[in-house]
Ligand binder design. Structure first.
Ligand code: 13P
Length: 287
């Protein structure tokens, strides 16, 4: 059964570790992440962007697949199914479809509008026991066509959104989706410390978790980050392993063209990436 992300993130914040949100794209991705979370006895959040939701034939398909997989694979660790960077409308759709968690990304609206829309969703998600992530200060880079400018959030605005009663808060601290450029300045820990100081118990979310040096991730967790989002690293690992398989001509040997064989190396490296992240975030054995 899917659970809200509330309890797992409050525990993470209190225990000074973070829960990974791993974005899913298809059945292989989902299976790899669920099996690895189970193997490591870690809570896990499956992230679905609007684009990935469309790709997987809509939110109800995703809910059906994830619920069935939890049942068929005997997954007992807490699993939240979470809309990543959703619009207000997408958040409503996902709640209807049976997601246990949603992100409303109002960071591109003027702050008053972000607050008004987030407030409405707090009332709804509270009633339904669905967790809600809000965002202040757009995350840099591009994700599924949504381009952010790499802002650093205003800690006072973070407090205003946190006070609405959201479950977790994403705030720009110089993080970027996708690959980090060579001249990236790193995370702004002063900003993170100021946000944490103003928002207290609120679990903070670090987007763009791929490619951030491990030391910076560890430090961010000590400063209140309780959820780290990872997408690109799994994609790069999957693509590289698949390329290697094809370039070695393995698809031409015997039944190597069978998709269950062709995609297997990619699945294995997704598992390894998730394993490494769970270890780094400290959520192993916290299920
Ligand atoms: P990366 O693709 O950079 O890991 O970012 C993932 C993310 O933040 C999803 O919201």
């Amino acid at each position: 059964m899917l659970v809200s992300a509330k309890e797992m993130l409050q525990k993470a914040k209190a225990g000074h570790y973070a829960v990974g949100q791993f974005n899913i794209n298809n059945l292989e991705w989902t299976k790899a992440i669920l099996l690895t979370a189970q193997e490591m006895n870690s809570p896990v959040i499956l992230g679905v962007s609007e684009g990935a939701g469309k790709y997987m034939c809509g939110y109800t398909t995703v809910v059906g697949m994830v619920n069935a997989m939890i049942y068929e694979l005997g997954i007992t660790v807490p699993v939240a199914l979470h809309l990543d960077h959703g619009s207000y409308e997408a958040a409503l759709k996902c709640i209807d479809a049976g997601f246990s968690s949603v992100m409303f990304d109002g960071s591109h609206y003027p702050i008053e509008e972000n607050i008004a829309k987030t407030r409405e969703l707090v009332a709804l998600t509270d009633r339904l026991g669905v967790s809600l992530e809000a965002e202040v200060g757009a995350i840099g880079g591009e994700e599924d066509g949504v381009v952010g400018g790499g802002e650093v959030a205003d800690p006072d605005e973070c407090k205003r959104i946190a006070d609405l009663g959201v479950t977790m808060l994403a705030a720009g601290i110089g993080n970027i989706h996708g690959k980090y450029p060579a001249n990236w300045k790193g995370l702004s820990f002063d900003t993170l410390a100021a946000i944490q100081e103003r928002t207290g118990e609120m679990p903070l979310v670090l987007h763009g978790g791929s490619g951030i040096p491990e030391e910076m991730v560890r430090k961010a967790i000590t400063l209140g980050v309780s959820k780290v989002n990872v997408n690109t690293e799994c994609q790069l690992a999957f693509a590289a392993a698949t390329r290697e398989y094809i370039e070695a001509g393995k698809d031409l040997e015997g039944k190597g063209f069978d998709p269950r064989k062709l995609l297997a190396p990619g699945v294995e490296v997704i598992k390894q990436t998730v394993r490494d992240k769970i270890t780094l975030f400290g959520s192993a054995d916290k299920a």
